[in-house]
Every structure is written in structure tokens, then in C-alpha cells.
Design a protein around this ligand. Structure first.
Ligand SMILES: Cc1cc2nc3c(=O)[nH]c(=O)nc-3n(C[C@H](O)[C@H](O)[C@H](O)COP(=O)(O)O)c2cc1C
Ligand code: SF4
Ligand code: SF4
Length: 256
């Protein structure tokens, strides 16, 4: 089978946690590399068994991941690909999203996996769960990851999210109504300049280099991929995206 390589995008740590656990249970020598890391291209080139991981945003691929796959499509030619996705609630065809983007280069899609995790959206009250509920979600997901890793090792990988029916569920379940939100990068981030202390954390962390200092306040370039990293990490809770107030920040270190 060769070395297993996990290639992922993770806005707030959920996908990173899941893919690292999954690949390490399949192969003790496996490594995981973020698409934000320049080494990831070489790792895809040098290895044949790739586990691809990403979060679901509006039942769609995060724009940063979609662009990465489109730009680097040829690297996946002839590879064996297992696609895993993380989500807060539901996705009909999360794994199928990347499989369809790469269809043209015909990788061997060996399986798909959908994993429930705490919601990374922290400024919408209706999506927030208690710490205890989130711990239970992660405990179940841990079990599911081990089950799925054993299925891969046994030659019968799970096939979640890959069928035509899944595609229809993803389309009618959400994408028809909300899919347009991830088609372009966004300029909808709200930065409360009164609350901002100019620490620069958000500027440093943004995977899109969307944020910068202008006249000692943070401004944006309109390249937000909606990952919620800055919203969850700002020490002054000065950033919001969908809602207008941070309810409670999601910090993966509180759980894993
Ligand atoms: C902008 C946005 C949209 C989201 N849309 C969905 C969705 O359609 N369905 C769902 O189940 N979860 C949705 N989520 C929740 C995330 O998919 C989930 O929390 C994921 O595990 C985050 O992974 P990460 O920490 O690796 O970024 C959304 C999160 C964000 C930030
Ligand atoms: S992380 Fe928050 S406080 Fe720090 S510069 Fe960004 S917006 Fe300002
Ligand atoms: S601006 Fe914030 S939410 Fe948008 S891509 Fe950058 S870190 Fe993610």
C-alpha cells in the first residue's frame, strides 16, 4: 500500500484532528500535511495513497480547497484517494464534492467518510452546543474513525457521500439555497475596531492572507474563505462573520 499521506485544509482544527487520527490508525508511518504547507505538493507527488480531508461549508467545498484541487488536479492522476470530511450537522455528499472536482483526472476513489464535529461557527447562537454535548460528539466520532480505519485495512472502505443519491441529497438538502455562498471569496468579515487591540494574531493566522494592518486597524482584501479561524482566535472577540456577536469561541484544544 506504501505510505499513507493525509492532505487537508482545516479552518479551526477539527479536520486536522480527525485526519491525523484516521491516517495514523491506517498506517503508523503516515504523515499529514496541510494545503497551507508548501511541502504538500511534494508529498502528493511522492506518494500514491492520499487521504484528503476538509470541512463542509454550506454543503460545499471551502473555496480555498476547491481552488487548491482545481489548480493541482494533475497531481492526483493515478492516485488512490480516500476522502474524509468534517461537519457540524449534515452533508449529503461532502466526500463526493472533491471526487467530482477531480473526476477529469480519474483518481481511484477508494472511499468516503463523513464525521460530525463541534460547529466552528461561533457567532450564531442556534449552532452552539454545550461543552458536554461537544465532548460526546467527539467521543462518537473517535469511535467512527477507528471503525473506518479498520474498514480500510480490511479492504472494505466506507463509501459515505460518494453516490448519485448522496449528490441529490447534498443539492436539495442545502446547496441549491446556500451553495452560492462559497462560490467566491468573501468580504463580509466584520472587524470591530473599537474592540481590536492590534495584536496581529488574525493577520498572522489567516490562511488566505486576507487580513492586513491599514492605519493601525485591521482591514480585509475580500479574500475570506469563511474558515472562522480568526473569529475563534481573536483575543478580544472583535471579529464576526455570519452573526454580530461571538457567543463562545471554538478552541479545539478544549476537546482533543
Ligand atoms: C462558513 C461555514 C459553513 C458551514 N456549513 C456547514 C454545513 O453546511 N453543514 C455542516 O454540517 N456543518 C457546517 N459547518 C461546520 C463545519 O463544517 C464544522 O464545524 C467543521 O468540522 C469545521 O472544521 P475545521 O475545524 O477543520 O475547519 C460550517 C462551518 C462554517 C465555518
Ligand atoms: S486578533 Fe483581534 S485584537 Fe488582534 S489584531 Fe486581529 S482583530 Fe485585532
Ligand atoms: S479572514 Fe478569518 S475567516 Fe476569513 S479566511 Fe481569514 S482567518 Fe478565515
Amino acid at each position: 500500500m506504501g505510505k499513507v499521506v493525509g492532505i487537508y485544509f482545516s479552518g479551526t482544527g477539527n479536520t486536522k484532528f480527525c485526519i491525523e487520527k484516521f491516517v495514523s490508525e491506517i498506517d503508523a508511518n503516515a504523515i499529514c500535511v496541510s494545503i497551507e504547507d508548501k511541502n504538500c505538493i511534494k508529498e502528493i507527488q511522492d506518494n500514491n495513497f492520499i487521504v484528503l480531508g476538509y470541512p463542509i461549508f454550506y454543503s460545499s467545498l471551502p473555496k480555498i480547497m476547491k481552488d487548491f484541487l482545481v489548480e493541482n488536479k494533475m497531481l492526483f492522476k493515478g492516485k488512490s484517494l480516500f476522502i474524509m470530511t468534517t461537519m457540524g450537522l449534515f452533508s449529503g455528499d461532502g466526500s463526493g464534492l472533491a471526487a467530482r472536482v477531480l473526476k477529469e483526472v480519474n483518481p481511484e476513489i477508494i472511499g468516503g467518510l463523513h464525521l460530525l464535529m463541534p460547529d466552528s461557527i461561533c457567532d450564531e447562537k442556534v449552532l452552539k452546543k454545550s461543552h458536554e454535548e461537544n465532548k460526546q460528539i467527539i467521543a462518537k466520532t473517535n469511535e467512527k474513525i477507528s471503525f473506518a480505519a479498520n474498514k480500510v485495512k480490511g479492504g472494505l472502505p466506507t463509501q459515505e457521500g460518494l453516490s448519485k443519491i448522496n449528490q441529490l441529497i447534498g443539492l436539495f438538502g442545502q446547496r441549491l439555497w446556500f451553495g452560492h455562498k462559497t462560490k467566491k471569496y468573501s468580504s463580509k468579515l466584520k472587524i470591530n475596531v473599537e474592540q481590536c487591540i492590534g495584536c496581529g494574531k488574525c493577520v498572522k493566522l489567516c490562511p488566505m492572507k486576507n487580513l492586513m494592518f491599514t492605519n493601525s486597524t485591521v482591514s480585509q482584501k475580500g479574500l475570506c474563505t469563511l474558515c472562522y479561524r480568526c473569529v475563534n482566535e481573536c483575543p478580544k472577540q472583535a471579529i464576526t462573520l455570519l452573526g454580530s456577536k461571538v457567543i463562545q469561541q471554538h478552541h479545539s484544544k478544549d476537546y482533543y
